[in-house]
Ligand binder design. Structure first.
Ligand SMILES: Cc1cc2nc3c(=O)[nH]c(=O)nc-3n(C[C@H](O)[C@H](O)[C@H](O)COP(=O)(O)O)c2cc1C
Length: 463
């Protein structure tokens, strides 16, 4: 049986758990029994007066940040009014046998379903057209529950979420670990790249945490949190805090900050914050913090884009090398369908080279490399640096990227299996040793960046 309650003169009954659905008007109490299996179903007995104020009060009292609304008959008007007045608290609206007047000047952006019998069909169609994401359906009494059921479980956006995530991921960011001392004295933390500085006066910053994160409730209620901006040596810490391991803080070096939140040792910067505001935002919450103390070093920050870590220091080293060396070769190790892309070497009969520019004559550049690839019938994304070294034989500074090639024309390229690279047809030992490392690293799926000369240098892990 649903539990009947009254809050500040508002009476309602509720049953079930999950996403909230608020039924207003008509046969609301019977509907909550039908929907309690998958939802937190609430029937509101709306009183005369300001319906928006009553719904807002009920949502606040029940700590519901956002809800679905179903208005039956006379409840339809209240549902439209609430959706217009409190858009960020309404996920979807459904109107059953209700076609209230709608003022087009107050747009309603959430998905809306209007279910009526035949007689009201034309009016329902007209209302649906006036709503940004509205649609109408004609249903017999027996169909209403199943129509509502599928509407309430539909995805809110019509997008493919993986595609949307990839598009968002094109924005290059740093990487942070967000920590809190928690309410129970147990430190909690997670990796986040949703960090944004917000304001200098007062000093504010924000991050977003997913509602599915194990530590979300702790962060939502904490008196503050710290943001640690990772340096390029801290990729392992990022991986650790992006995991579900219960012992994250045993595995990391940290100390308590001036405001009490954990600071990760070796970070490029940290901000210890008091809770300023918590904002509900779809499947995340936004934590806004008031900076109480901060510090930074000159360590290079770790970067992140399109699901990969980026080390700024090495990219910079490549740029510096390119601008200071006498001559620069810019090349690429490209794969097409798991095979290595090679081109005929114009200077040696049956010789092969990596796609590269600058070996003969003037220094090469990334844009010349792109032009060469186009001419040879390829499109390539040169996302990541693979090696920067000086070739002692030629004194050339060599910069190689790695990436994927799309072949759009039958060109002169030769595609070689990694198990069967034609070593004896390659130009020099520097190319061979770089390709041997590439072939070994691609097997385990972790690429490193080499910088130095062709024999000695440092290899830094990035992937
Ligand atoms: C580079 C990177 C950035 C991330 N950014 C965020 C973020 O901004 N917000 C978020 O909620 N999760 C983010 N994650 C995922 C969380 O770190 C991950 O879900 C973590 O398991 C949450 O910890 P918890 O479940 O123990 O609370 C990110 C992960 C990585 C690797």
């Amino acid at each position: 049986m649903p539990a009947h309650s009254t809050i500040g003169g508002i009476s309602y009954s509720e049953k079930g758990e999950g996403e909230a659905v608020l039924f207003i008007g008509g046969d609301a109490p019977a509907l909550i029994d039908a929907f309690a299996g998958g939802f937190r179903a609430i029937a509101l007995d709306i009183a005369a007066g300001d319906s928006v104020a009553q719904v807002r009060r009920l949502l606040d009292e029940l700590a519901i940040t956002s809800t679905n609304l179903v208005g039956h008959g006379s409840g339809g008007e209240a549902v439209l009014a609430v959706a217009a007045a409190l858009p960020h608290r309404v996920r979807r609206i459904a109107l059953v046998e209700a076609v209230p007047d709608h003022d087009a000047a107050t747009p309603i952006l959430c998905p809306a379903l209007i279910v009526t019998g035949k007689a009201l069909g034309p009016e329902a169609d007209a209302l649906a057209r006036g709503l940004q994401r509205g649609r109408s359906a004609i249903a017999g009494p027996g169909d209403i529950r199943s129509l509502l059921g599928s509407f309430l479980t539909e995805r809110l956006s019509g997008f493919d979420n993986r595609e949307l995530r990839s598009a968002f991921g094109s924005f290059m960011t740093g990487v942070t670990i967000v920590t809190t001392a928690g309410v129970d004295g147990q430190p909690r933390g997670f990796t986040a790249n949703s960090f944004t500085s917000v304001s200098l006066e007062p000093p504010l910053l924000m991050i977003c945490i997913g509602k599915q994160a194990a530590s979300m409730e702790v962060f939502r209620n904490a008196r503050g949190f710290a943001v640690n901006i990772l340096s390029e040596a801290q990729k392992d810490v990022s991986v650790l805090f992006a995991s579900k391991r219960p012992d994250k803080f045993e595995a990391a070096a940290w100390r308590a900050g001036p405001f009490g939140n954990p600071l990760i040792e070796g970070s490029a910067a940290w901000f210890d914050c008091a809770r300023y505001q918590v904002i509900d935002a779809g499947d995340h919450i936004i934590l806004m913090g008031h900076v109480e103390a901060f510090s930074y070093s000159d360590a290079n920050p770790l970067g992140y884009a399109r699901g990969h870590y980026i080390t700024l220091g090495l990219e910079q080293a490549a740029v510096n090398a390119a601008s200071s060396a006498s001559r620069t070769v810019v090349g690429a190790i490209l794969e097409n369908d798991n095979r290595l892309v090679l081109l005929p070497d114009a200077t040696r009969p049956s010789g092969l080279v990596l796609p590269e520019v600058g070996r003969h004559g003037h220094s090469g550049s990334a844009s010349q490399l792109h032009e060469l690839l186009q001419r040879e019938g390829m499109d390539a994304t040169l996302g990541f640096l693979f090696a920067v070294f000086e070739n002692p034989g030629t004194r050339e500074q060599c910069i190689y990227y790695r990436g994927e090639a799309l072949l759009h024309a039958r060109g002169r390229m030769v595609l070689a299996d990694f198990e069967d690279i034609p070593w004896d047809r390659l130009p020099d030992e520097a190319t061979c040793s770089m390709l041997r490392r590439y072939a070994a690293e691609r097997k385990i799926g972790r690429f490193k960046v080499y910088s130095g000369d062709h024999r000695q240098g440092t290899v830094k892990a990035v992937d």
